[in-house]
Design a protein around this ligand. Structure first.
Ligand code: ADP
Ligand code: MG
Length: 320
C-alpha cells in the first residue's frame, strides 16, 4: 500500500484560464477555456495531488456590473460584494460541471464542489482611503460625476484620450483571513476537489459584535489564494498565469527568466521593482508569503506548463 501522504496544492488561476483577452465573454467561450484549463487540473489529479482551485473574476465581474448599470431601471442593481458572490457561483459552476463530466466519463468518483468564500479585510486598511482598483464600465466625465453624487462612487480618470475616460475605483485591501477555510479543508479531507475564494473572495469586515458585513472592495486573488493556502496548510502554492516564468529586467534587452530561486532572492528582486504592481508584483508577494509561512514551495508559471513545473522542470520556483 502507498502510505505516502498526498500533497495538497492550491492553484491560483489567472484570467486567461477562463476568458482570453480578445474574447467577449460568452458562456460558450468561457466553457471552452475552462475545458482546456481542466485538462491541466486532471493531469495534476492523476499525478496524485489534492487540489484546491482559486481563480480571478475581473472580466466576469466587469460584465455583470455593466448589466447592473444598464438594467437599473428594470431590476434593482446589486452591490459589488453581491456581484462578487454571483461570479463565484458562475465560474464555480463552469469548473464543477466540466470536471464532474470528465471524471464521470472516466468512471472516477471524485466529489467536486465550489465554495462561496468570504475573505476578511480590515476596515482601516489604507486602500479604503485612496482606492486604486478600477472596476466596471467606462464613463464620460458627466456620467462619472453623476454617479459620484447619486451613489457615492469614487471615480477616477483612468484612460486619457478616450471619450469615456472615467471609471469607478474601489479599494483593494489586504486579506487577513478566509472565513470558510475550515469547511474547505474538511471537503479536501473528504477527497473533494474544491473551487474556492474566487475573484479574491468576497471582502467582509468583522463588526464589534463579531458579525460580518460585506464591503464594496476587490481583493487581489493571488494574495487571497496565498492566505487560503496557508490556512488549509497546503504544501504547494501554484500560480498559473500567461507567462512561463517571472522575469527580471522585464521587457528590457537583458530580460532574464527566473528558475529556482530562494525567498531572499525573490524579495531582493521585488524590492528592486522587477515585478509590476497589479500583475506580477502581487504574485511574487503572495509566493514569498507562502514559503515564509512554512509552505514547501511556491511556483509561478503558465497554465500549459503546470504539470512540468510541479515536476521541477520549468517555471519560477521559490523555496526557503
Ligand atoms: P493573471 O490574470 O494571470 O493574474 P496578470 O496580467 O495579472 O495575469 O499577470 C501576468 C502578467 O504580468 C504577464 O502577462 C506580464 O505581462 C506581467 N508582468 C509584469 N512584470 C513581470 C515580470 N517581471 N515577469 C513576467 N511577467 C511580468
Ligand atoms: Mg492578475
Amino acid at each position: 500500500m502507498n502510505t505516502e501522504k498526498k500533497k495538497l496544492v492550491v492553484i491560483a488561476l489567472g484570467g486567461n484560464a477562463i476568458k482570453q483577452a480578445h474574447e467577449k465573454g460568452t458562456a460558450e467561450e468561457q466553457f471552452k477555456n475552462v475545458e482546456i484549463t481542466c485538462e491541466q487540473l486532471v493531469k495534476m489529479n492523476a499525478m496524485g495531488y489534492k487540489l484546491i482551485i482559486t481563480h480571478g473574476n475581473g472580466p466576469q465581474a466587469g460584465n455583470l456590473l455593466i448589466q447592473q448599470e444598464e438594467g437599473k431601471n428594470i431590476v434593482p442593481p446589486q452591490p459589488l460584494d453581491v456581484v462578487g458572490a454571483m461570479t463565484q457561483g458562475q465560474i464555480g459552476y463552469m469548473f464543477q460541471n466540466t470536471l464532474q463530466n470528465y471524471f464521470m466519463q472516466k468512471g472516477k468518483d471524485i466529489p467536486i464542489t465550489a465554495v462561496i468564500t468570504q475573505v476578511l479585510v480590515k476596515e482601516d486598511d489604507p486602500d479604503f482611503k485612496d482606492p486604486s482598483k478600477p472596476v466596471g464600465p467606462f464613463y464620460t466625465e458627466v456620467e462619472a460625476k453623476e454617479l459620484e453624487k447619486a451613489k457615492g462612487y469614487i471615480v477616477k480618470k483612468v484612460k486619457p484620450n478616450s471619450d469615456k475616460p472615467w471609471r469607478r475605483v474601489v479599494p483593494s485591501p489586504e486579506p487577513y483571513g478566509i472565513v470558510e477555510s475550515n469547511c474547505i479543508k474538511a471537503l479536501v479531507d473528504a477527497r473533494a476537489i474544491v473551487i474556492a475564494s474566487g475573484g479574491g473572495g468576497i471582502p467582509v469586515m468583522k463588526n464589534n459584535d463579531g458579525t460580518l458585513s460585506g464591503l464594496e472592495a476587490v481583493i487581489d486573488k493571488d494574495k487571497a489564494g496565498n492566505k487560503l493556502a496557508q490556512e488549509v496548510k497546503a504544501d504547494i502554492f501554484l500560480v498559473l498565469t500567461d507567462v512561463e516564468n517571472a522575469k527580471i529586467n522585464f521587457g528590457e534587452q537583458n530580460e532574464q527568466a527566473l528558475g529556482n530561486i530562494t525567498v531572499e532572492e525573490a524579495e531582493k528582486y521585488l524590492q528592486e521593482g522587477h515585478f509590476l504592481a497589479g500583475s506580477m508584483g502581487p504574485k511574487v508577494t503572495a509566493a514569498i508569503r507562502f514559503v515564509k509561512a512554512g509552505g514547501e514551495k511556491s511556483i509561478i508559471t503558465s497554465l500549459a506548463n503546470a504539470a512540468d513545473a510541479l515536476n521541477g522542470k520549468t517555471g519560477t520556483i521559490i523555496v526557503k
